[in-house]
Design a protein around this ligand. Structure first.
Ligand SMILES: Nc1ncnc2c1ncn2[C@@H]1O[C@H](COP(=O)(O)OP(=O)(O)OP(=O)(O)O)[C@@H](O)[C@H]1O
Length: 250
């Protein structure tokens, strides 16, 4: 089964002379349990695809079937129980005056999760934080710990799909590997499907099975991570991209 099936997706912002076409005629499928990466130069439309799936862009056309739902203009509450997004900067995405406990219990309460108390303890263990972090505030956490809280929030209502928008790029290099390992373990333990945006081909190689290479809103090509490592790109643009990151992908 496919967790995600996207056909002919176009996303644009503005209209008339101010119209910007951010995503053009993009199609791809992601199998249940697969991890799919979106790579390409800055402004090529990677984050916009995630935002379109999550219902965060107003104007799009095409077909999107995600977690068994054919998507329209609005996302249902049930959709957000199945599909969650983790953003690049955990400091910006966590409310400064909300403790870890409140962040997690509010998310669970919103989605009608029962047994919240026990679940928070388990979630904190799952993301490698433990009970000592439960009543801390964002400013009392390191960048890596904050991202672990953001991941715990993403997992709080037991989704099947996580949309990861540069989940390690705001972090110290020394912490990036830890978060990538955590995401790898969580995918296995919770049988998750990932779509991950990253400008770092090393990060994508670590976590994904296939990558979609983007340029100016379009897919240039889709290739397996093994092909990426062997520099087996069909398109000159991809070859150039791979060759310029040769040290991080091998
Ligand atoms: N809300 C918006 N209004 C107008 N234009 C937008 C908006 N969001 C994105 N864009 C434009 O859409 C294009 C794609 O942006 P997007 O953020 O998806 O690129 P990206 O590949 O994720 O880039 P980066 O790697 O720098 O994050 C860019 O030209 C951007 O300026």
């Amino acid at each position: 089964m496919n967790a995600i099936d996207i056909s002919n997706l176009d996303v644009w912002f503005g209209s008339g002379a101010d119209r910007a076409d951010a995503v053009r005629d993009v199609s791809f499928k992601v199998a249940d349990g697969e991890s799919f990466g979106l790579v390409g130069e800055s402004g090529s439309g990677k984050s916009t695809i995630l935002r379109a799936i999550a219902g965060l862009v107003p104007t799009w056309s095409g077909e999107m079937t995600v977690a068994g739902e054919t998507l329209g203009v609005r996302r249902s509450k049930a959709f957000y129980r199945k599909v969650q997004m983790v953003f690049q900067d955990p400091y910006a995405s966590l409310h400064p005056r909300q403790s870890v406990d409140r962040v997690l219990s509010e998310t669970m309460g919103l989605h009608g999760v029962t047994d919240i108390d026990k679940r928070i303890g388990r979630l904190l263990d799952d993301v490698g934080l433990g009970p000592g972090f439960r009543f801390r505030y964002p400013h009392q956490l390191s960048g890596g710990q904050r991202q672990r809280v953001a991941i715990a929030r993403g997992l709080a209502c037991e989704p099947s799909i996580l949309l990861l928008d540069e989940p390690t790029s705001a972090l110290d290099v020394s912490v990036q590997g830890e978060i990538l390992n955590l995401l790898t373990d969580l995918r296995q333990e919770h049988k998750l499907t990932y779509v991950m945006v990253s400008h770092d081909l090393g990060v994508v190689g670590h976590l994904c099975e296939r990558i979609g290479v983007m340029k100016e809103g379009r897919f240039v090509e889709v290739l397996a991570v093994d092909e990426m490592r062997r520099l087996e790109a069909r398109e000159p643009y991809t070859r150039h991209l791979l060759e310029s990151s040769i040290n991080s992908i091998r």
